[in-house]
Design a protein around this ligand. Structure first.
Ligand SMILES: [Zn+2]
Length: 232
């Protein structure tokens, strides 16, 4: 089986125009246009794999507190705090359970992950459990940020969501969704994404007016966007 940096590679040929790559749950999925001839297919695959490799390796070197895998005793960042992760097997359990005590995080699992793929599934479950536990925290964070900056009256709700392709999104009804991966990113990046979405409550598009509004409240939006690219 072919792998890249320990991630299993899956190649799908689909009737679509563009080719794309997705990194998820310990797997790299390449979606290649079936309209291409075999030489172009190979070229697309090579280009995408080079990009994936860059992303997988660039990241690991820059931020050791951001979990790409879960191991017992590992230090991770949770909403800006350094925490120690404890993994414990409880074979009677059907689903993982999460307890947070100060800077200690206990994740109880039916079985400790053996393969990278199992580990990635567990990582996703961990993010989902964290999202639930920290949803009130996030709303307070966004509401307070809103008071300091945009002061939009539209804000109704903010929550973490398991979204991998976008860092954040917002609806016309004033609901803000933040990618659960940001729980583990440096907190100034979480703040930037929240601010970005708050500004969308005023300006839905990415017009000049929108970016002027963002720049009014943060001097380093560009830098934050650059940093976000390092995270998976
Ligand atoms: Zn936007």
């Amino acid at each position: 089986m072919e792998t890249i940096e320990g991630y299993r590679i899956e190649i799908l040929y689909l009737r679509k125009k563009n080719s794309s790559a997705q990194i998820r749950d310990g797997r790299v999925t390449l979606r290649i246009s079936s309209r291409l001839n075999s030489r172009d297919r190979t070229r697309h695959i090579d280009t995408l794999l080079a990009k994936v490799k860059k992303r997988l390796t660039a990241h690991c070197q820059t931020d050791e507190l951001y979990p790409l895998n879960l191991t017992d005793g590992q230090m991770i960042r949770v909403l800006g705090e350094r925490c120690m992760l404890h993994l414990e097997a409880a074979p009677k359990r059907k689903h993982p359970g999460l307890k947070i005590k100060g800077q200690a995080i206990l994740l109880t699992v039916p079985a400790l992950p053996v393969t990278l793929e199992e580990n990635q599934v567990l990582l996703r479950q961990f993010r989902q459990l964290m999202s639930k536990k920290k949803s009130d925290w996030l709303f307070d964070f966004v509401a307070e940020l809103n008071e300091r900056t945009v002061k939009s009256r539209k804000l109704k709700r903010a929550g973490f969501r398991e979204q991998l392709s976008r860092w954040g999104s917002c609806s016309r009804t004033g609901s803000i969704n933040i990618s659960s991966r940001l729980i583990f990113c440096p907190v100034h990046l979480l703040e930037y994404v929240c601010l970005h979405e708050l500004c969308h409550l005023v300006q839905p598009d990415h017009s000049v007016e929108f970016w002027n509004l963002v720049d009014k409240f943060t001097p380093d939006a560009k830098q934050s966007r650059r940093e976000l690219k390092q995270y998976l």
